[in-house]
Design a protein around this ligand. Structure first.
Ligand SMILES: *Cc1c(COP(=O)(O)O)cnc(C)c1O
Length: 469
């Protein structure tokens, strides 16, 4: 029990030189330091009471042991939970890694409106209150051909708002083939339940016909909804009803037609041989009353959702209480406005998400080869260039694979999991794919300015392994 008494007092610990240095370096509040040491000493006390103290804990080493544990926790607590990473996965719109990177000019616009007051809701012409709904609407109208538009927190919020505003207490007809779940947390049927709308499923999983929709329409039908089956494709014996037919049917029966487009590309991707996805503009022109789509998927902007369509419906949404609940911040408007501006010019390929999707495989091949030639002589690690496929991701374009090249890395002494962990522990963290006992860095999603960091890290890991073995 001498060990118990050897646990130092918190006051002694905080005056230690190493702790003082750490406090000064990271500007840690004294309250935090005391909390950390209270936690550390409590834990050590428990370990001793359970008779599980390691053999190197002696009366003489207890002070240092406590300091080391405290330092470790203090530094750990200062680590930012949200930090930049290098995406080596090859998945362009990676939801876990923040989906879309913003264009430099969009970041600059965010800075401009956040370190000053701004015209978020102020009309400079009249010197009076303005509306944030007017900030980007003209650009969305120009790009999509819609009569009007509103921006909300994300596309899930858009779906919720459209259903609440137009179908609460009424039926919404959806094809069984389109009742999807995205990313494990967005389920059309659940959102519909939350909104108060009643789901009326028609057709079967693989086949839905126009007559299925038609015979389901009754007095309390408010809407026919189509959902983009973003994250899967069905093949074989399938049938679905095209949007022209659905919107025409809705019109003749006086119900609203609404399509949740998911990614919503503003450019016609088929023109570039990427996918058969129609652009938002094409969907609007097919006669659908309302569409909604994400801003941080194929549009490459900040997190937000756009609802566009007939003016009479969008005006109703702007006046709805939920418009206040789901509204977005000035940072989002600034980044979105600039992203849309780029979309309207021939600079749209500066939008990182589009730039990355359109990167050609030979440029990527060259990048991997350059990195390989710049690497120093490696002893433990072996690297090779391999042809791989990247994905668009974000639950978009599941049937599209983008030809790419990867750096395949293996270690003679570390498992691929351990090697990937070493890459993650770097600052900035490098996120790789682990497959077939190999670590894969797909260079489609890695920028040129990140190459030097990758070279340094691989060289460092190689050296540290040689040093310890
Ligand atoms: C991604 C997606 C959503 C959710 O959009 P968020 O912007 O992530 O909220 C909804 N519907 C479809 C079809 C999607 O693909």
């Amino acid at each position: 029990m001498n060990l118990l008494r050897a646990i130092p007092a918190i006051n002694r610990l905080i005056h230690d030189k190493r702790i003082q240095e750490t406090i000064n370096r990271y500007h840690i509040p004294m309250m935090t330091v005391k909390d950390v040491f209270r936690r550390v000493t409590d834990e050590m006390r428990d370990v001793i009471l359970r008779d599980e103290a390691p053999s190197n804990w002696t009366v003489d080493t207890m002070f240092d042991e406590t300091i080391q544990r405290g330092l470790h926790e203090l530094v750990d607590e200062q680590r930012q939970r949200l930090q930049p990473v290098i995406n080596g996965t090859g998945t362009v719109i990676h939801t876990n890694l923040g989906r879309s990177k913003l264009a430099h000019s969009a970041v600059e616009r965010v800075r401009m409106v956040t370190d000053s007051y701004s015209t978020l809701e102020y009309d400079l012409t009249y010197g009076a209150r303005g509306s944030r709904h007017d900030l980007v609407e003209e650009r969305i109208k120009a790009l999509t051909g819609a009569e009007a538009a509103i921006v909300v927190n994300n596309n899930a919020a858009a779906v919720y708002m459209v259903l609440s505003a137009f179908a609460k207490g009424y039926e919404v007809i959806v094809s069984r083939g389109e009742l999807i779940e995205i990313g494990g947390s967005f389920r059309v049927s659940r959102i519909m339940e939350e909104s108060g709308a009643k789901l009326r499923e028609v057709g079967t999983t693989n086949k839905t016909h126009a007559s299925d929709y038609e015979s389901a329409i009754q007095d309390d039908t408010a809407m026919i909804m189509k959902v983009h089956t973003s994250n899967f494709t069905m093949q074989g014996f399938t049938a679905s009803v095209d949007r022209e037919t659905v919107s025409q049917l809705a019109k003749t029966q006086s119900v609203i037609s609404y399509e949740d487009l998911g990614s919503g590309s503003l450019i016609d991707l088929s023109q570039y041989g990427i996918s058969q996805e129609p652009s938002v503009n094409q969907v609007i022109h097919s006669g659908v009353d309302i569409v909604s789509f994400s801003v941080d998927k194929l549009l490459g902007g900040p997190q937000a959702g756009i609802i566009a369509g007939k003016k009479k419906y969008i005006d109703q949404l702007k006046r709805h209480q939920l418009a206040r609940v789901l509204r977005v911040d000035k940072m989002t408007y600034a980044a979105l406005d600039e992203t849309l501006r780029l979309m309207q010019t021939d600079e749209w390929h500066q939008i990182p998400t589009l730039h990355t999707i359109f990167k050609d495989e030979f440029t990527i091949e060259e990048a991997v080869n350059t990195v390989i030639t710049k690497l120093p002589h490696l002893i433990d690690l072996s690297v090779a260039i391999e042809k791989t496929n990247s994905q668009v991701g974000g639950g978009t374009l599941p049937d599209v694979t983008l030809p790419s090249y990867s750096l395949a890395v293996q270690s003679h002494s570390l498992s691929s999991e351990r090697l990937a962990e070493r890459l993650r522990k770097n600052t900035p963290a490098i996120i790789a794919r682990v497959e077939n006992d190999t670590v894969w860095l797909d260079f489609r999603t890695i920028d040129d300015h990140e190459h030097a960091m990758i070279i340094d890290v691989l060289a460092d890991i190689d050296q540290s392994i040689n040093f310890t073995s």
